[in-house]
Design a protein around this ligand. Structure first.
Ligand code: COA
Ligand code: MG
Length: 289
């Protein structure tokens, strides 16, 4: 699965921002036809994304296109504009029902068959950002084309009548529920947007908390957020060294018949071993350890 520590959006009609994104070493580039593209610029966004997919070299960055929600009336044209140019994945916003997911997946599969690409080669990522979407997480997350779920905090807050605050306590339940569903189905969980893009420290702080909750990546909206967010999702040398010690000492104690033991005054047992292994896996995905 492609590591998605930072998933950068830009309006799909903005050629300059798309080309800028190629210079940032960002994990995923998501060209937006939904809310980032003005209502009177949807056709321009479709054409610009189609051109970018054909002409630009995205290097190691994943190339994603976000369509408008199913039921918007725009979704079919969005898909027909970008699918022939083989994006790595489609991002579906306002995902609420398994029927919507099945509809998009069928359109993608039709393109895969038409062009002779492997079925499921084009991934599908859902943005869950409404009360109904949250309640249906279990059914939504089960689709085999998915490899990530995204949490949309602004739309979710609007959907339940919550007021967004920088601390984000008002969305904590939903934010954790999404991580839980993602973990249950082996999917990545991509965290909320920090809208205050002039303070990269805020994005870093939010990303660290998201990582504590179990998120593996975060949506970003400005180049200044990319580095701090990637950093927050990349374990540091000290954490890697400690995790390696946990793995080594665990094996040693298991061999001696001890399930729980003392490491520097802290109890280590199986769940802590799993956390250490998770951390090492993230480190490897980021090219460290
Ligand atoms: N992707 C790529 N490049 C971006 C970018 C983005 N999301 N946001 C800004 N840039 C570029 C600018 O083009 C500018 O490039 P330059 O230095 O080569 O001229 C540079 O980064 C600095 O940008 P800045 O002037 O600080 O921001 P701005 O006023 O141009 O744009 C926003 C501010 C919020 C409009 C812009 O960041 C943006 O469009 N973000 C994404 C919005 C979006 O897609 N929302 C929907 C999903 S939530
Ligand atoms: Mg949204």
């Amino acid at each position: 699965m492609h590591a998605r520590r930072a998933l950068l959006y830009m309006p799909g009609d903005d050629w300059k921002k798309i080309t800028k994104a190629l210079t940032l070493g960002v994990d995923s580039i998501c060209m937006d036809m939904e809310d980032g593209a003005a209502a009177n610029r949807k056709a321009e966004a479709r054409a610009t994304i189609a051109r970018a997919l054909q002409e630009l070299n995205f290097g190691a960055s994943e190339k994603l296109a976000r369509i408008n929600g199913v039921g918007s009336g725009l979704e079919a044209d969005d898909l027909s504009a970008v699918l022939p140019h083989r994006p790595d994945g489609i991002v579906l916003p306002k995902a609420e029902t398994p029927e919507q997911v099945a509809w998009v997946s069928e359109k993608i599969e039709a393109a895969e068959l038409k062009y002779g690409w492997p079925v499921n080669a084009i991934r599908l990522i859902l943005v869950v950002e409404s009360a109904k979407g949250l309640l249906n997480l279990r059914e939504l997350a089960a689709h085999p084309r998915l490899d990530a779920l995204i949490f949309g905090a602004e739309d979710f807050a609007a959907s339940v009548g919550a007021t967004r605050t920088p601390e984000a306590l008002e969305v904590l339940y939903a934010r954790s529920a999404l991580v839980t569903a993602a973990a249950a189905y082996g999917l990545q969980a991509i965290d909320l947007v920090t809208v205050d893009f002039r303070s990269p420290e805020l994005a870093h702080r939010d990303a660290l908390f998201g990582a504590q909750l179990g998120y593996t990546g975060k949506q970003v909206i400005h180049p200044s957020q990319v580095g701090p967010v990637q950093d927050a999702f990349t374990p540091d040398a000290e954490a890697i060294a400690y995790a390696k010690r946990v793995v080594e000492t665990f094996e040693m104690h298991q061999a001696r018949g001890a399930g729980a033991y003392d490491l520097d005054g802290k109890m280590i047992d199986l769940p802590l071993l799993k956390s250490a292994q998770n951390l090492l896996e993230r480190a490897r995905a980021a090219g460290k350890a």
